[in-house]
Design a protein around this ligand. Structure first.
Ligand code: RUB
Length: 317
């Protein structure tokens, strides 16, 4: 067997399709699912050679990597697993290494959601009025933790067209006892001016070495307004949101375009073209801090952070 047979390809294709269709979504969750999927390929492999297993894992990683292009977590998770596979000296050893690495990866995802809020809390004040965009589990955890430790915190959560992730973010915050109000995306300027917003907090799909942020479409507009109203803009992002690919200054972070039907059907707008880019780039000078599980990093320190965190992980895909 030199390529993925039906038994291995079927479950992988399902993971790929769940990510592509946004059944599994959010950058952190995507990276975790991809790492676990490679461990399952190794578990299910019934051949005898470690060389063949490694080449199957590479094939599987390539298949998963194109499920969503913008979130670097997907490639970081896969590269970490391929690196682990390169150290195995026999099939059984490789299988065990991948299982251990995938479980550790999944644990790190959960631990980051415990640790980021504790790093972020020093950036909040009593009675803060926070604005958040999209659904980010990292940003949501930080906001909920701050709201449970400091009095009087209120939150505005954008609807986030077209996929409306705000309808996940806002109730998730409410469920944790946070005073949260849902607004349409175009209300951000009005709310900043009239409701006294004091912090913006968002998540990240990719943080580039130059300190710029790639996150849900509209993030840049929110950042521009935060800049205009002099509101600190915080990004909650664990280690694997940072992109080693961007150490190469020529590398361009791909911006995913999704089906136009997420905005409107052709029948609703006859004769009209529709464009649906789903992420955008926010320049480094609009970000105050990236809050990671270990520390808060200013944009000009991101390159050094990426170099130190990824220097031993070859980029195999
Ligand atoms: C989700 C999104 C989130 C980041 C971070 O986009 O932009 O802000 O992925 O999420 P989509 P998390 O819904 O298109 O995946 O903090 O949960 O990793």
């Amino acid at each position: 067997m030199s390529s993925l047979d039906a038994r291995l390809a079927g479950p992988l294709r399902r993971v790929h399709d769940d990510i592509r269709s946004m059944k599994t979504r959010g950058a952190g969750a995507i990276g975790k699912e991809a790492a676990l999927a490679l461990a399952r390929v190794a578990d299910d492999y019934d051949g005898a050679t470690v060389t063949e297993l490694r080449s199957l894992l590479l094939e599987a990683a390539k298949l998963l990597a194109d499920a969503r292009p913008t979130a670097v977590t997907l490639r970081n998770g896969l590269n970490r697993m391929l690196d682990e596979a390169s150290r195995g000296d026999a099939v059984d050893d490789t299988r065990k290494r991948l299982r251990t690495a995938a479980d550790a990866y999944a644990r790190a995802y959960d631990e980051a959601r415990h640790d980021i809020p504790r790093q972020a809390v020093s950036h909040f004040r009593p009675n803060d009025v926070i604005l958040t965009h999209c659904h980010s589990t990292a940003a949501g955890a930080a906001i909920a933790y701050a709201a449970s430790h400091l009095p009087g915190i209120r939150v505005f959560s954008t609807e986030t067209r077209p996929f409306r992730q705000g309808l996940i973010q806002a109730p998730a915050l409410a469920k944790q006892g946070v005073d949260v109000t849902l607004i349409v995306d175009s209300a951000v300027a009005h709310v900043m001016e009239n409701e006294g917003v004091t912090r913006v907090v968002v998540g990240a799909d990719t943080v580039a070495a130059d300190g710029s942020l790639y996150n849900k479409i509209g993030t840049r507009q929110v950042a521009l307004l935060a800049h205009e109203f002099d509101v600190p803009f915080l990004v909650c992002a664990e280690r694997d949101k940072f992109s080693p690919y961007t150490l190469d200054k020529k590398y361009k972070v791909p911006i995913e375009e999704r089906p136009t039907s997420e905005i409107a059907s052709e029948a609703e707008v006859p004769g009209v073209k529709i464009f649906n880019p789903v992420f955008d780039r926010t320049p480094a000078d609009h970000v105050k801090y990236f809050v990671t599980e270990k520390a808060s990093i200013e944009p000009h320190d991101v390159r050094a952070f990426v170099k130190s965190e990824f220097e031993n992980i070859p980029l195999r895909i």
